[in-house]
Write a protein that binds this ligand. Structure first.
Ligand SMILES: NC(=O)c1ccc[n+]([C@@H]2O[C@H](COP(=O)([O-])OP(=O)(O)OC[C@H]3O[C@@H](n4cnc5c(N)ncnc54)[C@H](OP(=O)(O)O)[C@@H]3O)[C@@H](O)[C@H]2O)c1
Length: 313
């Protein structure tokens, strides 16, 4: 048996239940992964809270990114073997102590990447990578990012800094020192943002990335950023005539590159809080306050019977 997080009605964190289910065997092209850590994302609570543009069949699973140990492989699986430590993003159901999913969702986890960071990296990280890549940017350009200290923002801003781009990011004061330490110029969100950005970048902003919502987009437009140069992941782009480039299909090369940047210290993904599996409701309550730096993760420690290819971090 394996513990799995499920919900059978829409609502707040209280609808989440930890239930026991039989462990499935992997089918063709699939692997079974024993969970070590899984990242929470706003998409999880949006999907849980109310009917929307998501595929929900009750009792529904939840969770879209994780790291763990391959316990078993199905027919035709050639790249991964039992004992591999992996991380990746799945369509659904990541919050399970043992889950069966396609091998193609998982990349090997480097030895130097800790479980919690690996568990929160795949979805937030690839979203940041793909969104940043949606604009043609060069070293010396200046970008503005809202919610710069969140799960996606921490990665997007540091990726840009790594590429030689000047980054101005919005966050509350408590996150400013951390942003500065990562090469990002912080501004406070709210009424003073437009004036603060004009003072920092009088020659203008090359492109802007919204990770918060419509208020931030309105400010980007007020600053004179070309709508073609504004990307949002957090609101409907249509009323503003801007772009919405989110995460594309799982790309293992991107996951590998992100992991390498973290191991090399070029990107830090802060873990704001880690909760044991049973405390999934508390984990969501923490995330849904809306002021997380980096990621909230759930942890799992179910024993595995396979020999590990490398020692656990
Ligand atoms: N495929 C996709 O397109 C895709 C994938 C992932 C995420 N998303 C979306 O992208 C958005 C960001 O996701 P995330 O995981 O980064 O969220 P998150 O980690 O929950 O974002 C938290 C951050 O929001 C900041 N924030 C709170 N109020 C703000 C305000 N008024 N103005 C600016 N920033 C504010 C907070 O900063 P302080 O703590 O400093 O207050 C905090 O650091 C969400 O809407 C999510 O659904 C889309």
């Amino acid at each position: 048996m394996s513990r799995v997080v499920r919900f059978d009605r829409f609502g707040g964190p209280e609808v989440l239940q930890v239930v026991e289910e039989p462990v499935a065997e992997p089918g063709p092209g699939e692997v079974r992964v024993a969970l070590r850590a899984a990242g929470l994302n706003p998409a999880d609570y949006k999907r849980r809270a109310a009917p929307g543009p998501y595929d929900v069949t009750f009792p529904a699973g939840i969770g879209r990114e994780l790291a763990g140990i391959v316990e078993a492989t199905g027919p035709g699986v050639e790249r991964l073997v039992a004992g591999d430590q992996v991380f990746g993003s799945v369509p659904d159901g990541a919050f399970a102590e043992r889950l069966v999913q396609a091998e193609s969702y998982f990349e090997r986890k480097p030895l130097g990447l800790d479980w919690e960071t690996a568990g929160g990296l795949a979805l937030a990280g690839q979203t940041a990578w793909d969104a940043l890549g949606s604009q043609d940017l060069r070293a010396g350009d200046t970008i503005l990012v809202s919610a710069a200290a969140g799960g996606v923002g921490t990665v997007l801003t540091q990726l840009a800094v790594h590429r030689g781009i000047r980054v101005i990011g919005s966050a509350s004061r408590g996150n400013h020192d951390w942003l500065r330490s990562r090469g990002v110029e912080p501004v406070e969100y709210g009424d003073g943002l437009v004036a603060a950005v004009r003072a920092l970048a009088p020659d203008g902003i090359t492109a802007a990335f919204d990770l918060h919502g419509a208020d931030a987009v309105r400010q980007f437009l007020e600053l004179g950023v070309d709508p073609e140069r504004i990307n949002t992941n957090a609101t409907d782009p249509e009323p503003f005539g801007i772009r919405r480039v989110g995460r594309g299909p799982t790309d293992l090369d991107t996951l590998g590159a992100l992991a390498a940047l973290v191991v090399a210290g070029r990107i830090e993904l802060p873990i704001a809080a880690a909760y044991p599996f049973d405390r999934v409701r508390d984990a969501f309550e923490r995330l849904e306050i809306g002021h997380v730096r980096g990621k909230v993760v759930l942890t799992g420690d179910a024993p595995v019977s396979v020999e590990l290819a490398t020692p656990e971090p």
